[in-house]
Every structure is written in C-alpha cells, then in structure tokens.
Design a binder for this molecule. Structure first.
Ligand code: ADP
Length: 392
C-alpha cells in the first residue's frame, strides 16, 4: 500500500469576500488554506481558522504566512511586486506571478502590453500635466495608473480645470496619470478565463455587466444578444492575454462593447472577479474552484453553464440618508427572500452594512431571462432595504 500524499496548504493573501468564497470549494476539495487577513474578524478570517493577522506590505509577515505553503495566491492585487519576487526567491510558487500581476496593478503597463500584443484598447497616453491632456483631446477619461478600484481613481474630464483632481490624487499617491479616449460603449462585457501553470485554459461564457458609478451592480450570463463572432473574439482576447502574460488562476478581462460593434479591453483582474460570481450557481465549476485548481496546477473543471441564464445582482449598502436612518437587512431579510423564491441563491460576506459597501450578492438562474432578472433584482433590493415590509 502507498501512503496518501497530504494535501498542500494554499496561502491566500487578503481577507475579503473573494478569499472567503475560495474557502467553500477548498472545503469540498479537502484543501487547507492559510490566510493573511488585514484584521481579526474580516470576511475570510471568519471562515478560515488558520489565519495570520498582518500587513500584506510587510515581507516578514508574508514569509510567516507562506512558510510551509508551496503556493500563494491572492484576494487582491496590492502586494508590492518586490515582495512577490522575494517570495519566489524563497521557493514559493506565486500564482499569478509578479510578471503577470503587474498588468493588473498598473494600467499604464497593461495598456503597453495590449499595444505590444496588438489587442484592442481605447486610444490612450500617459500624461504629466493638464496641457498634455488638452493636447490628447477633451472629453477624455483620466485614471491613476495604480491603486484605483470600483471607480475610484477614474475621472471623466471635459476641460483643463477638470484635470486638477486627477493630478492631485496621482501626486499624493506617487503614481502616474493615464488619459484614455471617452469610449462610446453600448455596454460592458467581461470575459473570464482560467489558466494553469502547465498551460491548460478554460473560458467561461462572456457576460454583460452593469456598473453604477464604477461599481458592478448586475451581471447577466451569457451577455444577451451578443453577436457570436464578438463573443468568440472576446474569449480569444482573454485566452491570448492569459497565455502571453503567463497568468495562472482566473483572469477577468473587462471590455467595452462599442456602439459600432467592436470590443476594447478596459482592464484586467487576476483573481476571481465580481463578474464571475454567477458561476457559483450558474456554471459547472465556479470561478473560485477553478482558481484553486488552476493555481495548484490541477486539471481545470468545465466552465459550461448549468442553466440558460444566470443573473447576479450585488447587495450594496444603501446610500447615506439621514431621513431614512439605518436601512438594509441581512439575516433579517432571509424569511421573505427565501420564501418568495425557493430557487434563489444568496451569498453574504459576513460584513456589516455600510453605504455603498458590497456585502453580498444573489444569483438566480433559469430558462427565462426576465424572470431571472426580476427575482434577483427583487431579492437584492429587499436586502438593501429599498423595498418596504409591505412587499412581504
Ligand atoms: P476601476 O479600476 O475602478 O475598476 P475602470 O478602469 O474599470 O476602473 O473604470 C471604471 C468605470 O469607468 C468603467 O467600468 C467604465 O464604466 C468607466 N470607464 C473607464 N474607462 C473608460 C473609458 N475609456 N471610456 C468610457 N468609460 C470608461
């Protein structure tokens, strides 16, 4: 008889909801996780008992977390590149690796790579002063090259005065400013792929996402009425990028579908992504399990959808409104939400409600898109507190 090899422990940096949702398939796979959490009690630390509390910008802390772990992966993209190189030098497999990850950390580097690969981007230029923006042409979009998320670090500007905020923010953060053409888009798409170190890849159906103020609100899988050629093109772009940049794990490619029928790459994420949450209930292999398989170089699972349609709607804390006082319900929302829709799938992140904060999401799948939209939107609005008790 041969002794069974013990499962390796996978180190995960960052204690947000993405790490929390990796824990679910890790349990099923019998895979131990060790977490670096930014504070005691954060979303993933609630469900991963083997955690260290510390700062992901501190190399010694990273070494403590990865000690004895053959592989490290991430909940976010904020670990300094030099620390990732140091961990690699220690013999830890960093997945995705620093050479890939920099394309998700730095929008200037990402745009340059797309150009090199001949992949479609909005017209763009690194700019150092408002006069250069004027030369690039108004209206346009200014972005800080690093540190932006959920629409923070993105400004639509129409004149010289409008540029001040972006340059001030970039200077304060010690980063650069990227100018991009203001794309006239029909909608935003996302092409999600997974790639393993040995080069196996899998592509999920291309989805449509709705963003409000730069924050993802809703995802429909697959993107309704998407031209099959454009869909294949989006998937090919994502697969090509995953290969060319040597990505391991999930790569999410956010794209604009332009009004004249093209796709342009907006940005990249190299971790499970909000536009892939639908896969938890709507695909044969969720993006979280796929990410674990990919970073551990296990064979990938099927990315095929389980239903004709899946709709994901985020549960966001309602905006501050002193007249309404505290709004939103999480645990208290279950009796109505679950009784109204026995097929609804709810995912809460163990976070307190705060204005604008993503605290969970719901998935509804089925044969009828309108029905899925109604069910998922109703449930999210209910948890958010936008529907009164009379809707019970
Ligand atoms: P973040 O890092 O915050 O996700 P993004 O680069 O994705 O920043 O931009 C946030 C949102 O701003 C996008 O989802 C899109 O709605 C809008 N946006 C970004 N770039 C452009 C552009 N070049 N043209 C038009 N809208 C844009």
């Amino acid at each position: 008889m041969t002794a069974s090899t013990p499962a390796p422990t996978l180190a995960v940096v960052g204690g947000g909801q993405l790490a929390r949702m990796m824990a679910q398939p890790a349990i099923a796979l019998g895979l131990p996780l060790r977490l670096l959490a930014e504070a005691e009690g954060v979303s993933a630390a609630q469900v991963i008992p083997d955690h260290v509390v510390g700062d992901h910008r501190d190399l010694e802390t990273l070494r403590r977390v990865t000690a004895g772990c053959p592989v490290v992966t991430f909940d976010h993209e904020h670990v300094p590149t030099e620390h990732l190189h140091a961990l690699e030098a220690d013999g830890v497999a960093v997945r995705p690796g620093p050479r890939a990850l920099v394309h998700a950390q730095d929008k200037g580097v990402m745009r340059a790579a797309l150009e090199r690969l001949g992949l479609p981007s909005p017209r763009h230029r690194l700019v150092t002063a408002p006069e250069e923006v004027a030369d690039f042409g108004f209206p346009c979009v200014l972005k800080t090259t690093r540190g932006g998320y959920d629409g923070k670090g993105v400004w639509v500007v129409r004149d010289l005065d409008g540029c001040a905020e972006a340059f001030a923010a970039a200077e304060a953060a010690g980063v650069e400013v990227l100018a991009e053409e203001l794309v006239d888009f029909r909608r935003e798409l996302s092409a999600l792929v997974a790639r393993s170190p040995s080069g196996q890849a899998a592509a999920y159906p291309v989805v449509a996402s709705t963003q409000v103020d730069g924050i993802c609100h809703e995802v429909v899988a697959p993107a309704p009425d998407l031209d099959p050629d454009l869909s294949a093109r989006a998937q090919r772009i994502a697969l090509e990028l995953a290969g060319a940049l040597d990505v391991t794990g999930i790569l999410a490619v956010e794209l604009f579908e332009t009004t004249d029928g093209r796709v342009l790459v907006n940005e990249l994420a190299m971790r499970p992504h909000n536009t892939g949450h639908w896969t938890q209930d709507g695909a044969e292999t969720s993006q979280f399990e796929q990410h674990l398989r990919a970073v551990l170089d296990l064979p990938l699972g099927s990315p095929a959808p389980r239903a004709r349609w899946t709709v994901m709607v985020n549960i966001l804390g309602a905006p501050e409104d002193p007249e309404r006082g505290e709004v939103g319900r999480l645990w208290d929302g279950y009796p109505h939400a679950l009784a109204r829709d026995p097929r609804l799938r709810v995912h809460l992140y163990g976070k307190d409600l705060r204005p604008g904060r993503k605290v969970g999401h719901v998935n509804a799948y089925g044969d009828d898109l309108e029905d899925c939209l109604e069910r998922a939107r109703h449930a999210a609005a209910w948890f958010r507190g936008d529907l009164g008790d009379e809707s019970e």
